[in-house]
Ligand binder design. Sequence first.
Ligand code: 5GP
Ligand code: MN
Length: 323
Amino acid sequence: MKRINSELKDAKTIAISGHVRPDGDCVCSVMALYYYLKKELPEAKIDIYLEEPPAPFRILEGIEKIKSEFNTDEIYDVFFAMDCNDERLGDALTIFRRARRRINIDHHISNTGCGDVNIVEPERSSTAELLYDLMEPALVDEEIAKAVYIGIAHDTGVFRYSNTSPHTLQIAAELLKFGFDFSALIEHTFFEKTYVQTQIMGRAVLESVRFMNDRCIVSMVTRRMMEFYQVGPKDLDGIVNQLQSVRGVDCAIFMYEIGTLEYKVSMRSNGVVDVSQVAVKFGGGGHVRAAGCTMNGTYHDNINNISKEIAMQLKQAQTREQA
Ligand code: 5GP
Ligand code: MN
């Protein structure tokens, strides 16, 4: 593996992990790295530690190898933290801390690097894209290609967001040459929703509210609503993107209740507001156009606090425009 060959050459045990509530890029980067290392280091013992991925990813070969139980005394020679910094490793953090060498591969602008080796490139569309460029082309096979492709597709909103670069599309073109059914993979893992997922999205959109001269939009899902529709956090993906699609909206905020006076917050922006900066203020992180954090307090207090940050940025943007 380019740039980290020296770190890997004597590795006999390797652990791979990613962030809590793993998304498409996270799951696929972890799996692509797993397939690749299996080929590059066939003698090594390789374990994957990750919270259970969303159901559509069950189509990935070997996904059942993922350990979602983090109780182990093992001290790994190398630990790969993918698509996040150490703060978001969740229960895998203890394994990470004990490991002999830590390698961090990520593309989040808010990540300052948590490993002994850090390959953190915020201009990359996805961790999957970055990972692909670290691979020896001769070792890439169809399984790896599929995982990298789905990872990139998820973090670019299917090659739609501004993080999609000419290089991203060049990689996608190389991957398509493997001949897999990319259309079915994207449909199944990205667009398709269960009926209740569609219902709760509809409800969240219906109950959304615009503010700040309609430049911001917010919606929220309570635990009671989640119980009513029999859904979990994984079923709420895509709601914030739907809100961001409203014409005239600069910034969309979506919250769902995870505990008493505790909310998981997702934010999206068209680039005028840097939502990563907003999320970092509240202990989270992400990218300029997509970020998140966890907040304590009432829904209205949280919205008030977030709004102040957004208002400040919108004002700065206006001053810049006028200058
Ligand atoms: P989402 O809103 O889809 O959960 O996340 C959007 C982006 O923000 C993703 O890149 C995700 O990794 C990042 N993100 C979401 N929540 C958090 C958080 O609590 N902490 C950090 N550091 N990043 C987050
Ligand atoms: Mn990512």
